[in-house]
Design a binder for this molecule. Structure first.
Ligand SMILES: [Zn+2]
Length: 261
C-alpha cells in the first residue's frame, strides 16, 4: 500500500502518542507507531546484536532477532525508535546488553532506553496505574507490567523511578555477584548494596537452586543482610526476589523510611 500522508516531524514520545490519539496503555502498538514515523520492522537473525536500525533519508528499517519474549521485543523496537529520534543518520547495532540496562556510561544507549520507557510507559498513564497499588511488590509489579505489556525488569525500573515508592530499591544479581542496582531518587548514596548475596537471603537460594520458587510474599530482614553501612544493623527492611530467565535474580527492597528521610 502506497503511503501518502506526511511523516511526523516531532518524534518525542508524548507528541507521537498525542498525534495518534493514544490515551490508553493497551493502544500503544509499537509496530504501528514505527510505521507511522516511516520505519519498517524486519525479524531476522543478526550476527552480533539483538536489534539494529538502518535508514536513508526519512525512511528506515528496524531489524530484530525473532523468537524473543514479546515484551522484550517491544522494548527493543522502541529502543531502536529512540535511536531514530536521537541519532538519525547513523546505523546503530545494539547488543542484548545494550538494551534496557539504562547504562550509566553509554549516553547513546541510555538515551534510547529512556525514549523506549517514555514511549511504552508514558508517565501520566503509568502513574495512574501505579496509584492503584499502594505497595511496590511482585504482585503489583506483575499487575502493572501486564497492563503495559512490558517486561518485569523494565516495569520495575519505571516504578522505582516513579517517585511513588520513595523507599524502593531494585538489585540485580547474576552468578558473578551484583550486576547493578537502582534506587528511588531520595535514597542516599551511602545505602549501596553489598556486591555478594547474603547466604541466608532468599535471592541466594533462587540464584543457586534451580528448584527454588520466586518469593511469593515480601519478608522482613535486617538491613545488614544487604548493606555494609555501619548504621545498617539498626534498620529492618523488606525484601522480595524473583528470577528473570537468562538474566539472574532481581530483588525489590523497601527500605525503612528512617533510612531515607
Ligand atoms: Zn541501542
Amino acid at each position: 500500500m502506497k503511503r501518502t500522508d506526511p511523516l511526523p516531524t516531532n518524534l518525542f514520545p508524548d507528541a507521537l502518542l498525542k498525534s495518534l490519539g493514544i490515551t490508553s496503555p493497551r493502544d500503544i502498538d509499537i509496530e504501528a507507531i514505527a510505521f507511522y514515523v516511516g520505519l519498517r520492522i524486519k525479524r531476522r537473525c543478526l550476527k552480533c546484536c539483538e536489534a539494529m536500525i538502518t535508514g536513508r533519508g526519512n525512511r528506515g528499517i528496524i531489524s530484530v532477532v525473532p523468537g524473543g519474549m514479546p515484551q522484550r521485543e517491544r522494548f527493543s523496537i522502541a529502543h531502536e525508535l529512540g535511536h531514530w529520534a536521537h541519532h538519525r543518520g547513523e546505523t546503530v547495532a545494539c547488543r542484548a546488553t545494550d538494551i534496557g540496562k539504562f547504562s550509566k556510561t553509554n549516553e547513546v544507549e541510555r538515551a534510547a532506553d529512556q525514549y523506549a520507557a517514555n514511549l511504552l510507559m508514558p508517565w501520566s498513564m503509568f502513574k495512574t496505574e501505579c496509584r492503584e497499588h499502594r505497595r511496590l511488590d511482585l504482585k503489583s509489579l506483575k499487575a502493572v507490567a501486564a497492563v503495559f505489556n512490558t517486561s518485569l525488569t523494565a516495569t520495575l525500573i519505571r516504578m522505582v523511578d516513579s517517585e511513588l515508592y520513595p523507599t524502593a530499591m531494585m538489585i540485580r544479581h547474576g552468578t558473578g555477584g551484583r550486576k547493578w542496582h537502582r534506587a528511588a531518587e531520595g535514597v542516599p548514596g551511602y545505602w549501596f548494596p553489598k556486591a555478594d548475596l547474603d547466604r541466608e537471603s532468599f535471592a541466594f537460594e533462587l540464584l543457586h537452586n534451580p528448584a527454588a520458587q520466586d518469593q511469593g510474599f515480601p519478608r522482613k530482614i535486617g538491613a545488614d543482610a544487604w548493606f555494609d553501612n555501619w548504621a545498617a544493623p539498626r534498620h529492618e527492611i523488606t525484601e522480595q526476589s524473583f528470577r528473570v530467565p537468562g538474566e539472574g535474580v532481581v530483588t525489590i527492597l523497601l527500605l525503612d523510611p528512617h533510612m531515607v528521610g
